[in-house]
Design a protein around this ligand. Structure first.
Ligand SMILES: NC(=O)c1ccc[n+]([C@@H]2O[C@H](COP(=O)([O-])OP(=O)(O)OC[C@H]3O[C@@H](n4cnc5c(N)ncnc54)[C@H](O)[C@@H]3O)[C@@H](O)[C@H]2O)c1
Length: 271
């Protein structure tokens, strides 16, 4: 059963027929919406997630849209597991064209209360995990003679707020990683860009709302309502709206666009 916030129902083009898309963090949220969008446009989709059952459920939804799709249990903090997943996908479908690094975690403690383990785990997942993913992707995309990497950063990578040191550092770092990898892979026809979403309706934003709102004496709904008021467009994003920009960055229409970190945030950072 497709949730309406996860998919755009009026797709009019099939840009990815025969292409292979590998997505980390694909069990739900933004990664899941990307998997569904590529499936709608008839890519072959590999859903990677530390939550293997969730990844399988998302792959099943992709298959229900008429696409070939598989699920692989993969912790992006484990370089060997990431390399093995890429090798398995490339062997199955004879290469890889599109890679989306969406796996991520949010913590969010006041600076003086950030446990070492929380700092290390956030950096390991959001930054090192994306590094492992980009590194594993490079040889396959070069062999293909072109392709796309899309790293899901955050508006927290461009601006910040209190009690977000580890998350902001990881997401700013991901923008730096994106630029360097873009420079290195540009001669091979591989574009590498980051997307910086604003608040997007996923499991993560609901957890953030509970943590951050709780500190301000607001319940999750009240905190989300406040974020809605802060946003120039007056609403929170749906995951498919981030997936749509991801698909654009994987399409031929963006072949000359690389090394960018694009805010998809309803005008939040601008404001
Ligand atoms: N939701 C937002 O408001 C928002 C805003 C800006 C950026 N982002 C970023 O978008 C990305 C997706 O977030 P989301 O909102 O969909 O969150 P989510 O929690 O709904 O989904 C994240 C997915 O990543 C997976 N994951 C976590 N650790 C992993 C690991 N070590 N290995 C593999 N998979 C792992 C989770 O199991 C989950 O399926 C994240 O990188 C997040 O930081 C989200």
């Amino acid at each position: 059963m497709l949730e309406p916030q996860m998919v755009r129902m009026d797709i009019e083009s099939l840009r990815f027929t025969g292409k292979v898309a590998l997505i980390t963090g694909a069990a739900g949220g933004i990664g899941g919406a990307c998997a569904l969008r590529f499936a709608q446009e008839q890519a072959r989709v590999a859903c990677l997630d530390i939550d293997g059952a969730g990844a399988e459920a998302m792959a099943a939804q992709c298959r229900a849209l008429g696409a070939e799709a598989i699920a692989l249990t993969c912790d992006v903090k484990d370089a060997a597991a990431v390399n093995a997943a890429f090798a398995e996908v490339a062997a199955r479908w004879d290469g890889i064209d599109i890679v989306v690094a969406a796996a991520g975690v949010y913590t969010g403690s006041p600076l003086e209360a950030v446990p070492d383990a929380e700092w290390l785990d956030t950096l390991a997942t959001n930054l090192t995990g994306a590094f492992y993913t980009n590194r594993a992707a490079a040889p396959y995309l070069r062999q293909r003679g072109g392709g796309s990497i899309i790293n899901i950063s955050s508006m927290a990578g461009k601006t910040s707020w209190p009690a977000s040191a580890e998350y902001s550092a990881s997401k700013s770092g991901l923008i730096g990683l994106t630029r360097s990898v873009a420079m290195e892979l540009a001669p091979y026809g591989v574009t590498v860009n980051a997307i910086c979403p604003g608040n997007t309706l996923t499991g993560m934003v609901r957890r953030v709302a509970a943590i951050v709102g709780g500190r301000d004496g607001l319940d999750a709904d009240a905190w989300l309502a406040q974020r809605t008021r802060d946003c120039p467009m007056g609403r929170i994003a749906q995951p498919w709206e981030i997936a749509g920009v991801t698909a654009f960055l994987a399409s031929k229409d963006s072949r000359y666009l690389t090394g960018q970190a694009i805010e998809v945030d309803g005008g939040m950072v601008m404001a």
